[in-house]
Design a protein around this ligand. Structure first.
Ligand code: HEM
Length: 218
């Protein structure tokens, strides 16, 4: 927060715009007479965006590297998927196309297990406000109560996932989780506050894996 505050002060006092990035937009908003932002709220926003957009993807990928080293069969399958994409490419010097991206089924399964694993470790909980009285498993939750949702409890459910602690991307092989919303996969949350960066995170991870397994060897 100290770093963010000093960066905000430094940029606010410099007359030039930088790259029109998020910080510039925040400063522009803060300078307005009828601004909806206070400085404290602006700093919170910057902090949350860094956490939500950077820490999530980078920690998933960091763990991903570790798991790939420990699970050579997963690495092999991933490499096969991406080598086949490159073999079937019509023009060799193009980047990844949308069609290729959509064909990365195994890559999506690997990414899903990584989001889920990030959750086990960071112990992130989601908070929701209960808008009406509901009954769950014999408990009554009154209206207006805050509910703490614990995604690891969902992802480690042994009734849904056989050996849930095992690093097994194939667990989603046949499931709806791969293509649509499901109450058994809530790594990006669910409902109205569903992660706005989910599709970007998936794309980033897929491109990262593509480069990793086609350009590098451990
Ligand atoms: C592996 C990557 C990521 C994971 C696992 C993840 C997970 C989540 C979760 C669980 C939520 C809360 C949903 C809820 O309360 O129901 C959330 C919200 C959010 N995420 Fe992500 N996220 C990821 C990447 C990103 C990226 C790349 C961005 C932005 C570029 C982003 C921006 C946001 C924002 C702004 C919210 C708040 C949405 C709202 O409250 O309406 N996330 N994310």
């Amino acid at each position: 927060m100290k770093f963010l505050k000093s960066t905000l002060d430094e940029r606010s006092s410099s007359p030039e715009m930088h790259c029109g990035d998020f910080l510039d937009l925040i400063i522009e908003e803060l300078k307005k007479e009828d601004s909806i932002l206070s400085e404290g709220f602006a700093l919170d926003l910057l902090f949350v965006l860094l956490f939500a957009s950077f820490e999530t993807t980078s920690s998933s990928l960091t763990l991903g590297m570790k798991f790939l080293v420990e699970h050579p069969s997963v690495l092999d399958e991933l490499t096969k998927e991406h080598e086949s994409i490159i073999r079937n490419r019509e023009t060799m010097d193009t980047g990844i196309t949308w069609k290729e991206y959509k064909s990365m089924t195994f890559t999506f399964m690997v990414s899903m297990i990584m989001y889920v694993n990030t959750f086990y470790r960071s112990r992130i909980s989601l908070f929701k406000l209960n808008l009406s009285v509901i009954s769950v498993a014999g408990y009554t939750i009154p209206e207006g109560w805050a509910v703490m949702v614990c995604p690891p409890a969902v992802h480690l459910n042994p009734l849904k996932y056989e050996d849930p602690l095992c690093f097994n991307p194939w667990r989603w092989d046949q499931g709806v989780e791969l293509t649509g919303g499901s109450k058994n996969f809530i790594a990006f949350g669910g409902g109205l506050r569903y992660c706005v960066g989910a599709d970007m995170a998936k794309l980033q991870m897929a491109i990262f894996f593509h480069c990793l397994v086609t350009k590098y060897r451990y």
